[in-house]
Design a binder for this molecule. Sequence first.
Ligand SMILES: Cc1ncc(COP(=O)(O)O)c(C=O)c1O
Length: 534
Amino acid sequence: MNKRADFSTDLERSSFWMPFTANRQFKKTPRLLARAEGMYYWTPEGRPVLDAAAGLWCVNAGHGRREITDAVAKQIAVMDYAPPFQMGHAIGFEFASVLAAIAPKGLDRVFFTNSGSESVDTALKIAIAYHRVRGEGARTRLIGRERGYHGVGFGGISVGGMVNNRKYFGSLLPGVDHIRHTHDPSRNLFSKGLPAHGAEFADDLERLVALHDASTIAAVIVEPIAGSTGVLLPPVGYLKRLREICTKHGILLIFDEVITGFGRTGSAFASQEFGVVPDLITCAKGLTNGAVPMGAVLVQRNIHDAFMSGPAGAIELFHGYTYSAHPIACAAGLATQEIYRSEGLFERAKAMAPYWADAAHGLRGRRNVVDIRTYGLVAGIELASREGAPGDATAAVQQLARELAERQTQREGGHREESRAMQRARERARQLRIAHRLGRHRVHRPAVGVVAEHRADRPEKALVVPAHQHRERSAVTLERRPNEPLVRELARARKSIEHGHTPLGCSARPARYVGGSAIRPEDLIDAHRAAVDD
Ligand SMILES: Cc1ncc(COP(=O)(O)O)c(C=O)c1O
């Protein structure tokens, strides 16, 4: 454990090549997170950081959900892994039916992947193969949209429309084209909900049909709300029109719902929210509340069935991943979906959307804020580029976000009405640090209790956490004798822990590490030393 804690001293030489990160800058000035619970992360120093983005748009039910942890622990004990090729396990089938039940009507076949990127590649492959098994093998062209993001696989960056994700990686997939994006600040600035203007942008697909001929086009993929390029909302009527054009030309429509899935818009899927049913949906992230990597492609029954016509013993789709329908991911997913259902989180997102929109639009008029776009629990706040550096708002935005986050957490840190949960969590983080420090003193006496705290609710009690247990948060509760000095009590506790029985004169029993008002670290260290020297 100490090894793990020490890594931060030598980050600059660390082996970890971090994804989508300015590695050199980060390693010089790291922003490390150590713990998460509810809406917050905590830094290794114990400073809370508001997780305003739900991780990377994935922790839709909040961090540290006990239901998910328990389900994962249970599943890993029962069956940690099973091959998904030519074999199966009940939990995979169960999770597929749970997803089918909340999916838009008709999309009741589920192909499991491990990420959004893999879901996208899977959906594109299914689309091309679908046309081929139906005898339309010339339909291989894939159409994406400018400013789209579909992950980082070669399929995803080819249909995607973000320049930096494409320009370093060669010629990408052949036979890909893009329709225009839907962002139109000249008509749709500061839209609350879907922007009024721009349904006709969908007609750009007709231009590509005219150019390539529909008989060569397999599928069109779009995000219902484009997230990664700055929350670009579909204009009213746009998605419906896109659906109509696809249907007219026999082109499959894929909605990439990796971020809009699982409640972000106020419905399970944006497809339901906007009343437009695609042929395939890609999802990931909120599928398992971000707790275990997993993705899925939801597929219209008729597309699936088209594959099911060959010889019964033949593999219908030559595609899959070692970890498709991984049992641990399925367990996390089932627990997650149950949380969403039982707590009504999708409905809650819908109910909160107007407040969220009002709050976000309340920033209108602030310096450098040039547009605000909101839908459901999504908001995009666009800042002006820096003067003389067109397109370079990024650094300024990051800086601003950091400052805002700092200010927010400082304010919370010093706030008199700080929630009890926050106080408890902060206290716990502090005590764990104490435990680390004290742990170093126990080199020669390995089983000494190292953390003690008075229980605020019951001052006659103290918790003593053995060094080797504090990470599991188990503890021994001591009934304190009135006025007995803590030092002596700790000495007794140590002895009893070392000998594996109850301290003399105390009733000791296992207890959960429940927090409470801690004694000062210095006192603890002194008490511990005294106990060791006893
Ligand atoms: C719309 C969309 N598609 C695909 C992806 C890729 O997902 P992953 O990072 O899990 O591969 C993302 C990730 O943010 C996304 O926003």
